[in-house]
Write a protein that binds this ligand. Structure first.
Ligand code: 8Y7
Length: 279
């Protein structure tokens, strides 16, 4: 028996690993040449990710990387909503990466299938906005705020502390009447953790599990990899794949990645190794 995830229009079978393609809808990721955001270039990338085998897309209108600055509400809406409409017919779940209840509300209205919230629906009003829909919910652990979270992360025991936080959020969501089938958890690699704490979480991922909630994992091109291999983000593909496969081995279900084609190939090999009937 394998778990599934209710995700808006879709019920995802988590019996095999899924790959979520990252679409950063920001002018620095997709410039039209004059420094403005090119929606056409974003759409091209999205279609390419689907051809490459992406199972979901994660659309983000605000960079939440360490040190990033906030984007005004209207600008985030202007980036995200046109894409949701343009990509609605792709037949794969569309996730929106946001912590703002106003963006969640508009995104769900525009057909988003999942909300990926680095703040785990802790913003006032967020739970109320998502409660009466069928969207999937990615609940991530973060210590502190994106702009400053890497300054001085502190835990008594990172594995226990992250697990306790996620268990508490699950309990709050259930209390609000949200169906457990809609929830996927994420330890939040790089979000208020030292390099060593990130690796400790990966090493102990199986001990961090809350009941049998599935895991969504994001390692792609992150600085926890750069610290070890000494390469810039665009040259961290091999490192990203190594972490992704270990994440699957430790019980991960959904991988959030920039490099969809390469990750899909790596996952296929991992699955073949695991397939006892393949002899
Ligand atoms: C993650 C994420 C980012 C992650 C989830 C980056 C928005 C930083 N990382 N969401 N978002 N998990 N659920 O490097 O690890 O992609 S932004």
């Amino acid at each position: 028996m394998s778990t599934s995830l209710q995700c808006g229009r879709f019920e995802l079978d988590l019996g095999r690993p899924l790959v979520m393609g990252i679409l950063n809808v920001t002018p620095d990721s997709f410039s039209d040449g004059t420094g403005e955001l090119s929606i056409n270039r974003v759409l091209e990338r999205a279609h390419r990710m689907v051809e490459d085998g992406a199972d979901l897309l994660d659309i983000g209108g605000e960079s939440t990387r360490p040190g990033a600055h906030p984007v005004p509400l209207q600008e985030e809406l202007d980036r995200v909503l046109p894409l949701l409409e343009a990509l609605h017919d792709l037949q794969i779940p569309l996730s929106v990466d946001t912590f703002k209840p106003e963006v969640m509300k508009a995104a769900l209205h525009a057909g988003a299938d999942m909300i990926n919230d680095i703040r785990a629906l802790r913003e006032p009003g967020a739970l109320e906005v998502v409660r009466n829909s069928q969207c999937g919910l990615c609940i991530m652990h973060m210590q502190g705020e994106p702009r400053t979270m890497q300054a001085n992360p502190h835990y008594d025991d990172v594995v226990a502390d992250v697990r306790t936080f996620l268990a508490q959020r699950v309990s709050d969501l259930l209390q609000a009447g949200i169906a457990r089938e809609r929830v996927v958890l994420d330890p939040g690699f790089g979000f208020g953790k030292t390099v060593g704490q990130n690796y400790l979480m990966l090493r102990r991922l199986d001990q961090m599990r809350v009941d049998d909630y599935p895991w969504l994992l994001g390692f792609s091109r992150k600085s926890m990899l750069g610290h070890i291999v000494g390469r810039e983000p665009r040259d961290r593909l091999a490192a990203s794949l190594a972490a992704a496969l270990y994440g699957l081995e430790m019980g991960g279900h959904i991988l959030r990645v920039h490099d969809v084609a390469e990750t899909v190939d790596a996952v296929k090999i991992w699955q073949t190794i695991k397939d006892e009937s393949f002899v």
